[in-house]
Design a protein around this ligand. Structure first.
Ligand code: 6GU
Length: 225
């Protein structure tokens, strides 16, 4: 998979993809990520990328020209299966979306800042808009890092123990059951007996039960369908 990210603050994206599983995914050839500085496509001597909005109102808007020039340049180099705009005024990211995107070959992600981007970019180039939750961030970069992380770990082969990605919270619309490791007893707190029993069908049953309990308690909305 190849992921290109366009950002006005590319430094925010320097670190998130250089550690742990995503780092290994890149080293093992599953993934290539390139960050593109929107400023390089800015207008005039000052490399302008934003301007005040028509109709008045506080906050700057990312201009149509620099973004268009950047997208056109990237699209001349490869065909993108998806051009995604990270913005709080969009549908919320969920596991189904991550699963779908993990099957794509080339993804282009545009991150907004300030008041957002000129609507005409959204109308013409964007195939999918994604928010990561009902709160506002200063920009789309951290949201893009969240999106990329959620996608990359699902690429077949990226997580060694494939079972591990398939039994995540949300993969079946349930939260994960509790997990424990050694020691079996610590300061009087014991690991549930069933997990030490070696009775794997019973253990599976227990985990499913706990997953339901937890979901009912914390996220009953997930059980609606
Ligand atoms: Cl994608 N961007 C910004 N700026 N804020 C957000 C978001 C995205 N998702 C949730 N809040």
């Amino acid at each position: 998979m190849r992921i290109d990210i366009i950002s006005a603050v590319p430094k925010l994206l320097e670190s998130p993809f250089n550690h742990s599983i995503i780092k290994r995914a890149k080293e093992n050839g599953f993934l290539e990520i390139k960050i593109h500085d929107l400023r390089n496509y800015g207008l005039g001597n000052y490399k302008q990328i934003d301007d005040t909005q028509f109709g008045g109102g506080a906050g700057m808007v990312l201009m149509i020209e620099p973004i268009t020039n950047c997208i056109k340049k990237l699209q001349s180099e490869r065909k993108y299966d998806e051009v995604i705009y990270m913005t709080p005024d969009a549908k919320t990211l969920n596991q189904t979306t991550a699963n779908t995107l993990s099957l794509r070959e080339n993804i282009l992600i545009l991150t907004g800042h300030y008041k957002g981007i000129d609507q005409r970019i959204r109308d013409k180039y964007i195939t999918k808009e994604i928010s990561i939750g009902d709160y506002v961030l200063t920009g789309g970069e951290l949201a893009a890092a969240v999106l990329v992380d959620s996608i990359v770990r699902l690429i077949p082969g990226v997580i060694g123990d494939e079972q591990s990605a398939l039994t995540d919270s949300f993969q079946d619309n349930l939260l994960s059951p509790p997990v424990y490791t050694r020691p079996a007893e610590f300061e009087g707190m014991k690991v549930p007996e069933i997990l030490l029993s070696g009775n794997f069908p019973k253990i599976d049953e227990w985990r499913t039960e706990k997953a339901y309990e937890r979901t009912k308690e914390i996220r009953p909305d997930l059980l609606k369908d």
